[in-house]
Design a protein around this ligand. Structure first.
Ligand code: SAM
Ligand code: SF4
Length: 347
């Protein structure tokens, strides 16, 4: 990681909105509230992961304050992720506090990406806090394949969680990483299942983030291939739905639900990128696929700098948002493109 120490900005330099040098407005913040997780998905983590010492992790109050500063600077959509966000102790206090900023508090949407294992416990609370939509990661509907993909997971527990979320009134989008030889024959079934229950489905290409003790070139399945296969059976109409992110969406005529494809490897989505990522240690990544980052923990804890100073540090970091990423998965380059795991920045 290339961590640039904050300059000493003049408070008056803090602007009201966050716009990068390419004219993109940063209105979307993804926050990884913990790097820990109760699963060990093969494309995401090694089984014997070493997690951050708790002393390096921001408290929930600090995360809350930092998110508040971003909202004051024009962030309108906030997604909590991880690691597994729902395994962080007391995470609901943060969700409730951020939920209170929805509407007149400046925030338009509060969402969550979760593996679903804790949803039976938390779905109602999330809905009460103002969360309307969640993404649940589920790569397969086959219990044995699920166990193999997550190493530790129980499919039934996650399915119970998904239906608890639905019952709580949350709109559910299922995210599935496309993995050669694991779920490549299952997408028809998953799309039908999602259609039956009213869930959107988003398929994701594996990205080369972090050492995972397996060969990523074996896992990689280009979504262009998957889309061509699905188009033989389903009517996929171009959708103008967009989140400003990497997903390209289709309306599925047979189900009335949406199907998205996130193709970082085969299609460059950076021109319209509206997002930045904050880790649980207070490191701000301006791009998922680049090393450059800004430390916000020190300015956050610097009482002398104050709120205006913190805003100025954030604004300066945004001026360093790169034009795009350059991921590549290649047998000649066995090392990951980036050393950090997806569980650090939260995907
Ligand atoms: N634990 C939560 C979950 O699984 O939804 C949130 C964090 S997880 C890192 C966020 C998303 O990143 C998940 O949908 C996961 O499948 C995806 N992901 C993890 N590692 C990935 C990789 N190397 N390439 C592509 N997607 C990845
Ligand atoms: Fe955990 Fe999510 Fe990574 Fe799976 S993808 S190991 S659930 S953080």
């Amino acid at each position: 990681m290339i961590l640039t120490a904050p300059k000493a900005p003049s408070p008056s330099a803090a602007p009201l909105g966050l716009t990068d040098p390419f004219g993109r407005h940063v209105t979307y913040l993804r926050v990884s509230v913990t790097d820990r997780c109760d699963l060990r998905c093969v494309y995401c983590m090694a089984e014997d992961m070493t997690f951050l010492p708790k002393s390096e992790v921001l408290s929930l109050e600090e995360l809350d304050r930092l998110c508040g500063t971003f909202i004051d600077l024009g962030v309108r959509k906030l997604r909590l992720t991880g690691g597994e966000p729902l395994v962080r102790k007391n995470v609901m206090s943060l969700v409730r506090s951020l939920g209170a900023r929805l509407g007149s508090g400046g925030l338009e949407e509060l969402t969550l990406t979760t593996n679903g294992t804790q949803l039976t416990k938390f779905a109602d609370g999330l809905a009460r806090a103002g969360v309307r939509r969640i993404n649940v990661s589920l790569d397969t509907l086959d219990a044995a394949a699920f166990k193999a993909a997550t190493r530790w997971g129980e499919l039934d527990k996650v399915l119970d969680g998904i239906f608890a979320a639905k019952a709580a009134g949350l709109h559910v989008k299922i995210n599935a990483v496309a993995l050669r030889g694991v779920n490549e024959d299952e997408f028809d079934r998953m799309l039908a299942w999602c259609g039956e229950h009213g869930f959107d489905l988003c398929l994701i290409e594996t990205m080369p983030l972090g050492e995972i003790s397996e060969d990523r070139t074996d896992q990689f399945l280009p979504l262009s291939l998957v889309r061509a296969r699905l188009k033989q059976r389903w009517t996929l109409n171009d959708s103008d739905h967009t989140t400003g992110g990497p997903a390209r969406y289709y309306d599925v005529a047979e189900t009335g639900t949406r199907l998205g494809f996130i193709t970082p490897m085969t299609h460059n989505f950076c021109e319209s990128c509206n997002r930045v990522r904050l880790t649980c240690t207070g490191t701000l990544y301006m791009c998922l696929g680049q090393e450059d980052a800004a430390d916000l923990r020190a300015p956050l804890r610097d009482a002398e700098l104050g709120e205006d100073g913190l805003r100025a540090v954030i604004a300066e970091a945004i001026t360093r948002k790169p034009k795009g990423h350059d991921f590549i998965i290649d047998r000649r380059r066995p090392a990951p493109a980036l050393a950090r795991h997806m569980s650090v920045t939260g995907g």
